[in-house]
Write a protein that binds this ligand. Structure first.
Ligand SMILES: [Zn+2]
Length: 212
């Protein structure tokens, strides 16, 4: 398993390209605006086939290029059902969040829910519901050669957690979601929606917002 990080868009949102070097297939986790060019170039360079776009949640800074990537590569957008209004209704996003560039039209092709195991690019990807930052938030857990990696969107950051003051956010709910991630092995790598990777052990020991 190879993980490449492409921070893109005005908030440097991480797009993660997770690929299987044997099968030459990949999934993209989050698709901020501006990611399309770099992701397309990398897929071509590495002769990788893209299988799906997985969205951790529907905030505009995570989904700007998801519609375009889904159309160009003919792959589904996979996301939590509760995120539908954010992902599928650009006016809803505009009116409840920030005034950014108008969002592209897109729709969820595969609705993922808690406990689902998706199979893309040769990986078994476990979906965990992690509401609190916004409705429809999902974490994606990959197991590869005894190593656990989890992509958490804006749930947890290195030494911090996601904001809960936007539409549908709630700190008590977020805290419960973070604790679900804390049940993974301490060695599990956490890949957040912004900033550097961290680990379950490091956040359990030192995250000032949610204690183990
Ligand atoms: Zn967010």
């Amino acid at each position: 398993m190879k993980i490449e990080i492409f921070p893109s868009g005005p908030l440097d949102t991480n797009a993660y390209l997770v690929s299987c070097e044997k099968l030459r297939e990949a999934v993209l986790i989050d698709a901020p605006s501006g990611a399309f060019g770099e992701i397309s170039a990398r897929l071509k360079e590495e002769s990788l086939r893209l299988d799906a776009v997985l969205l951790t949640h529907g905030h505009w800074d995570h989904i700007g290029d998801a519609g375009r990537i889904s159309r160009e590569f003919e792959v589904p957008i996979v996301a939590g059902a509760d995120g539908r209004p954010l992902i599928e209704d650009p006016d809803f996003q505009q009116s409840r969040l920030f005034a950014g560039a108008p969002l592209d039209k897109m729709s969820i092709g595969v609705e993922a829910k808690d406990g689902d195991v998706l199979e893309y690019a040769g990986f078994k990807i476990k979906c965990v519901d992690v509401p609190g930052h916004c409705p429809g938030s999902l974490a994606f857990v990959f197991e590869d050669g005894g190593k656990t990696c989890v992509f958490v969107g804006d749930l947890i950051f290195e030494g911090s957690v996601g904001r809960t003051d936007l539409w549908g956010g709630d700190f008590a709910t977020l805290e419960k979601s973070v604790k679900k991630i804390y049940r993974l092995p301490d060695s599990a790598a956490i890949y957040p929606g912004h900033g550097a990777p961290t680990s379950v052990g490091a956040e359990k020991a030192a995250n000032p917002f949610v204690r183990a």
